[in-house]
Design a binder for this molecule. Structure first.
Ligand SMILES: C[S@@+](CC[C@H](N)C(=O)[O-])C[C@H]1O[C@@H](n2cnc3c(N)ncnc32)[C@H](O)[C@@H]1O
Length: 240
């Protein structure tokens, strides 16, 4: 795992990112799975949870609602993504959600200060995933809860469009599906860049074994793991 140049244009992606949440059945399935797992966390009042690479806040906002007595740290360095998260925070009146507009590489938190930690589909794009994992492991308190999800395999955009299209046609019919696809063009474009960058080894790709190895090397304990998101991603339930 080497230092990677960060080149995905999250500014463009942010514009349509939440279409994934509204229309991508596989994103919805993953969201349900992760938020079901976080709901099982037995946290004391006053706990602190961080979402690293939190995007438009789909998970950080949910965590803030699931754990009203906890402080949720939303860490992301993209202005547009954070603006969308800020809007959701405001709409839901969430006072326990704090947006930290910084890259993981710039964030400093005390060791063992987190009781919970998630990072979903973000590690692969960090400048140095191994260093980021080490930092996260040092932040998690012994016995703390963690969920790490990362797309390790190279994205096949056409295969994804086909799989999503079939589900959308069944749900909405052809006309609405075509409309959705037209509107989601910036997302497909970014996914094509991601594929290109993965092939050029500018983004971290990994097998499930390599993912687990990196997590263990960082200092986490793996409690459970599986592949998800149509086999593209790895999901690890971790602790310290
Ligand atoms: C694919 S999005 C995932 C967002 C969210 N976790 C989700 O699943 O909906 C990846 C996010 O990682 C963020 N990101 C990229 N590099 C980062 C870095 N160095 N530090 C923190 N966040 C970063 C991007 O801005 C983007 O919002």
């Amino acid at each position: 795992m080497q230092t990677k140049e960060k080149t995905v244009d999250w500014h463009l992606y942010a514009e349509k990112y939440d279409m994934l949440f509204s229309y991508n059945p596989f994103y919805q399935e993953l969201y349900k799975e992760i938020t079901k797992l976080t709901l099982e966390w037995d946290l004391k009042p006053g706990a602190t949870i961080a979402d690293i690479g939190a995007g438009t806040g789909n998970y950080s906002v949910t965590l803030a609602k699931q754990f009203p007595q906890a402080s949720i740290l939303h860490v992301d360095n993209n202005v547009e993504m954070n603006e969308r998260a800020r809007q959701k925070k405001e709409d839901s009146g969430l006072e326990n959600l704090k947006i930290i507009p910084k890259g993981i590489q710039e964030v400093r938190l005390p060791s063992e200060s987190l009781d919970g930690l998630i990072s979903v589909h973000a590690l692969y794009t960090f400048p140095h995933p191994a260093k980021a994992l080490k930092k996260m492991a040092a932040w998690l308190a012994p016995g703390g809860f963690g969920i790490l999800v990362d797309p390790g395999r190279i994205v096949n955009v056409l295969d994804w469009q086909w799989a999503i299209g079939k589900k959308l046609i069944a749900q909405y019919g052809i006309r609405k599906t075509l409309e959705i696809f037209r509107e989601a063009k910036p997302v497909s474009r970014q996914n094509r860049y991601i594929r290109q960058m993965q092939r050029q080894e500018k983004l971290w790709t990994h097998s499930t074994e390599e993912f687990c190895e990196a997590i263990k090397n960082a200092g986490f304990k793996i409690l459970d793991f599986k592949t998800c998101f149509r086999g593209l991603s790895d999901l690890a339930v971790v602790s310290r």
